[in-house]
Design a protein around this ligand. Structure first.
Ligand SMILES: N[C@@H](CCC(=O)N[C@@H](CS)C(=O)NCC(=O)O)C(=O)O
Length: 310
């Protein structure tokens, strides 16, 4: 099997979710550091335009979105979606990755917090970062949670979590071992703990701090750095994996082999063009040919992504 290559940067919360999932499985992986803002030419050579963080590469197969990365890693030891709790785990992770994450973004971007976080950056870098993130959220269904709303609702979300964790002493959200739901909730809280203005929003809750310590204690497995150009060369030299054996199902009538675009509906929805190779219950696969990366298969989750004819 090809090595697992994670394209990410240290400060990204969703990358932290992916790193923890790799750590939970005690995997060895290659780490490519990508830019925090556009342009990301070495990443988009692989993805065809998907710019969000992180992306998992396995040879010439490129997996976008941590919801799909979790499912891809399911095939590689231990259960990220615990048996008998598949629905609870994926729904809870989906809620955390959207609702909880958007609250965390709002709190992190409140003026005193973002000023503190960008204090080391030049004025130019700070403006470029804000402009990039404004653009990221400009073309999708996700709406920013107003700061006042996030401040008002955050304590109740933490109180509910604290109450559950207090009852299930020593346990994780859905049982005795951490699963994708723990990693999805944890990356949002981790995001807040990385700045002094927002850290108390987590640190004021002792049961949550204890649980978060255990989840983050899972670690990141064994990462080894890899240059972005080497990752592109690996894709170019590799053959994409065989398609899943599952039936091709497309309720909107898209056909296998059709030229389409796929994009995220919530934010960062740059369209990725290619040939629709596979449409399964959970996963969509596009074939694209890139000048630098050669033939790649780009994988997306079905949930939260849309297909359009070109
Ligand atoms: N649903 C996506 C969300 C990914 C996401 O929002 N990532 C953030 C970083 S934590 C991002 O892409 N920010 C802009 C960037 O890195 O360019 C996933 O689960 O991977």
């Amino acid at each position: 099997m090809h090595e697992l290559i994670l394209h990410h940067y240290p400060a990204s919360p969703f990358a932290e979710k992916a790193r923890l999932m790799l750590g939970f499985k005690q995997l060895s992986w290659r780490s490519v550091t990508i830019p925090r803002v556009m342009p990301k030419p070495d990443l988009t050579a692989l993805t065809g335009g998907y710019r969000r963080t992180p992306v998992l590469q396995i040879g010439a197969d490129i997996y976008c979105d941590t919801a799909l990365i979790a499912r891809r890693l399911l095939g590689v030891q231990a259960a990220l979606l615990p048996e008998g709790h598949e629905f609870n785990a994926s729904i809870l992770a989906q809620w955390a990755d959207s609702v909880l994450f958007m609250h965390a973004v709002s709190l992190v971007f409140q003026p005193d917090s973002i000023a503190q976080r960008l204090a080391q950056a030049s004025q130019e870098q700070a403006q470029a970062f804000i402009a990039d993130r404004t653009q990221l959220f400009s073309n999708g269904s996700a709406s920013r949670v107003p700061t006042a709303q996030a401040k008002s609702q955050w304590p109740l979300l933490m109180a509910r979590l604290q109450q559950q964790l207090a009852r299930e002493e020593g346990e994780f959200l859905l049982g005795a071992a951490p699963c994708v739901a723990d990693f999805a909730v944890a990356h949002c809280l981790w995001f807040l703990t990385t700045g002094p203005v927002t850290a108390p929003l987590v640190e004021d809750y002792p049961e949550i701090v204890a649980w978060l310590g255990k989840v983050l204690g899972v670690g990141h497995g064994s990462p080894h750095e890899l240059d972005a150009l080497e990752a592109i060369a690996i894709a170019r030299a590799a053959e994409p994996a065989a398609l899943p054996e599952e039936e091709f199902v497309e309720p909107n009538g898209f056909q296998r082999g059709q030229q389409v675009t796929i994009r995220a509906v919530d934010y960062g929805g740059d369209p990725i063009a290619g040939e629709l190779l596979f449409a399964g219950r959970e996963e969509l696969i596009l074939r694209r040919e890139d000048e630098r990366a050669g033939v790649v298969h780009v994988h997306f989750p079905r949930f939260g992504y849309r297909i359009d004819a070109v």
